[in-house]
Design a protein around this ligand. Structure first.
Ligand code: GRG
Length: 283
């Protein structure tokens, strides 16, 4: 890897750009015109200090395939953060995880009530697809050949978020006993959190103009990254403690496997590679 590359600088610059785009694009409705404080509730959760990992991965994937990070590409990658944020707001509700704190602040339903939190999640999910479609329409005005890539990106996001991905994983988590084997844990990780990470990388690849071979390698990268992320998160939170030792080994293997998928990409993939290696470097 290029020893001059500073992941911390890359992350803080891109994260600031993502935060700015989110802030600018969200409605800024005055209180008097915000029934039920719904817009305030959406802004509260979306603009709270998240790591913005999914947009960062999408941007790094677009960069890896030589894509221009123009406005439509940026909007497509931040749309994934809206889906992620909706899942957190709903996951925190009393009917699910019943959490009081998220990103260091009271959870959405603690501030705005359960009903508004449900609606905020609904609004975030639908807004994600509105932004993605709008980005596609904007890209088409300059280059009609880009239309299909945004359409495909919408499909990838929908599949990863719903019945074949995150929502299915959440249902599995609620319905089944805690995993007792690494294989069971990884199936849950791949659906519940991995699917959205994989989609983030794939969407970056698609809207960045990847070849079929680049896209396939980046999908494999995203799959490995997603499961590795959840192992890292579980290890940090001491979840599934009986699997901790195996999970630690798998985390290292998956992060290296993800990084190896990028071997043919050259220097353009340095940020993406560094994001994968950083996962395994956590204490
Ligand atoms: C409610 C449909 C529905 C799905 C919920 C992803 C999920 C499914 C629930 C989140 C529960 C959770 C905390 C899982 C652990 C892994 C995870 C997704 C952590 C949060 O992601 P980060 O670390 O969070 O990227 P920030 O706040 O930085 O965005």
């Amino acid at each position: 890897m290029n020893s001059g590359f500073r992941l911390d600088q890359w992350v803080s610059q891109r994260r600031a750009e993502v935060d700015q785009l989110l802030n600018q694009r969200l409605p800024q409705t005055p209180r008097a015109d915000d029934p039920g404080r719904l817009v305030e509730s959406v802004r509260y959760s979306l603009l709270s200090p998240g790591k913005r990992l999914r947009p960062l991965l999408g941007l790094a994937a677009a960069e890896a395939v030589g894509g221009r990070l123009d406005e439509p590409v940026r909007v497509a990658t931040v749309a994934i953060e809206l889906v992620h944020c909706y899942s957190l707001v709903h996951d925190d509700l009393p009917a699910m995880d019943n959490d009081d704190l998220r990103r260091g602040r009271p959870t959405n339903h603690k501030v705005f009530g359960d009903a508004v939190a449900i609606l905020a999640g609904d609004a975030l999910l639908t807004l994600a697809f509105a932004w993605l479609s709008e980005a596609g329409m904007q890209a088409c005005q300059h280059d009609a050949s880009r239309a299909a890539s945004f359409l495909e990106a919408s499909f990838v996001l929908a599949e990863a978020s719903g019945l074949s991905g995150m929502v299915r994983g959440q249902a599995r988590d609620l319905a089944e006993a805690a995993p007792t084997t690494l294989a069971q844990a990884e199936q849950l990780h791949a659906e519940k959190t991995g699917a959205l990470f994989r989609a983030a990388v794939e969407i970056g690849a698609i809207v960045g103009g990847a070849t079929a071979a680049q896209r396939a390698a980046l999908v494999r990268f995203g799959q490995a990254y997603g499961v590795a992320f959840q192992h890292a998160d579980d290890l940090a939170d001491q979840e599934h403690a009986s699997l901790a030792e195996q999970a630690r080994g798998r985390l290292t293997d998956l992060a290296s496997q993800a990084a190896r998928e990028l071997e043919g990409f050259g220097d353009a993939a340095i940020p993406l590679q560094a994001l994968a290696l950083a996962l395994a470097a956590q204490p």
